[in-house]
Design a protein. Structure first.
Length: 186
């Protein structure tokens, strides 16, 4: 278990079956741009701009490293098991070390949708967080219209514990924020 200093294991590698989670690297820029530069992805995230170019990837990678060193977040690339190409990302953020709680988020390149990659990545990441980082509670906020993410949360054992009505402005309309959570075993 990590101490309350907020330090993460330097280079975690998490085998999730058909995919692997690992730290992002500067040589991932092309894969990031290729897979994130999609309105269908940015639409349901708070921090991914559209269009997404190389400068956005560089900015993300630099912030990612800084926040990792500060113990504020752990963002990992979802990669193919055989080719190590970035096809998505998953992250732990808003960590409250004193409460052993945090929030997760994820995205996946459109051409990989519908292959059960995200549930595998979420399950592997959650197990890693509970077992090796020592958090007790994880949450995720899903935009109400994002039915696919709602299904992922349910498939991975998260429970919907609340709704923040009209919380987010999405394409000119207010949408609900659905709060999902999972508690680690003691």
């Amino acid at each position: 278990m990590m101490e309350e200093t907020g330090r993460f294991e330097k280079d975690p590698v998490i085998d999730c079956g058909d995919v692997v989670l690992r730290r992002f690297r500067m040589d991932d820029i092309d894969d990031l741009v290729l897979n994130i530069n999609d309105r269908g992805i940015s639409r349901y995230t708070l921090n991914i701009p559209y269009p997404y170019g190389p400068e956005d990837a560089i900015d993300f990678l630099e912030k990612n490293e800084k926040w990792f060193e500060e113990g504020r977040s752990l963002d990992l690339a979802i990669t193919g098991k055989t080719d190590d190409r970035v096809i998505g990302g998953i992250g732990l953020m808003n960590v409250e070390w004193s409460n052993r709680a945090g929030e997760i988020g994820y995205w996946l390149g459109r051409i990989y949708w519908g292959r059960n990659i995200v549930p595998a990545a979420v399950n592997g990441f959650v197990e890693y967080i509970f077992r090796y980082i020592g958090l007790h509670r994880l949450s995720a906020v899903i935009f109400g219209p994002n039915l696919q993410s709602r299904r992922v949360m349910e498939k991975c054992g998260f429970f919907q514990e609340g709704t923040m009505r009209d919380r987010y402005l999405l394409d000119g309309e207010f949408v609900d924020g659905l709060i999902f959570s999972i508690i680690g075993e003691h």
